[in-house]
Design a protein around this ligand. Structure first.
Ligand code: FE2
Ligand code: FE2
Length: 156
């Protein structure tokens, strides 16, 4: 297997994208559950989202973000993404699904999450394919594994 062309590493990006899909599905489910006044279900979806995002963010922030942040060009792009992680974590941890204002916050946050994800999938991830060295990829993958103990990475 070669070390620098990126071929063996795209699985990491694929895992991040698969996690985005699971999280946006859960976000959509939570919003629909709120609209249907199924608060128990909304609460469950939000908790599941929070758990998934905790490991997803750990993998990103300690991995692909950290190695890309070493370049000024990407550091200023990544800093607000990390802030957005913290803001959403705070909301998910404190939201009261029965509260009208919080319900609106969740709807807003789910819409914002889609924008956040597109900044990663359409901006950062494609850039990573040319920006990262073989060693960077190893570091990014190690961070993903640390964030997902006992979980296998998707195969190539
Ligand atoms: Fe993110
Ligand atoms: Fe992400």
């Amino acid at each position: 297997m070669c070390h620098y062309c990126g071929c063996r590493h795209v699985s990491l990006i694929r895992d991040y994208i698969a996690e985005h899909e699971r999280v946006t599905d859960l976000g959509g489910d939570a919003v629909r559950a709120i609209a249907g006044d199924d608060l128990e279900r909304a609460h469950r979806c939000i908790n599941e989202m929070a758990a998934l995002l905790a490991s997803h963010w750990q993998g990103e922030e300690n991995g692909i973000f950290r190695v890309m942040q070493r370049e000024d060009e990407y550091a200023s792009y990544i800093a607000p993404l990390i802030e957005e992680h913290r803001e959403l974590a705070e909301l998910l941890a404190t939201v009261d699904v029965g509260d009208r204002a919080d319900q609106e916050r969740i709807r807003h946050a789910v819409a914002e999450l889609l924008e956040h994800i597109s900044k990663e999938e359409d901006g950062l991830f494609p850039a990573s394919l040319t920006a990262l060295s073989g060693q960077d990829w190893d570091e990014a993958m190690a961070a993903w594994r640390d964030a997902h103990p006992g979980v296998e990475m998707m195969s190539d």
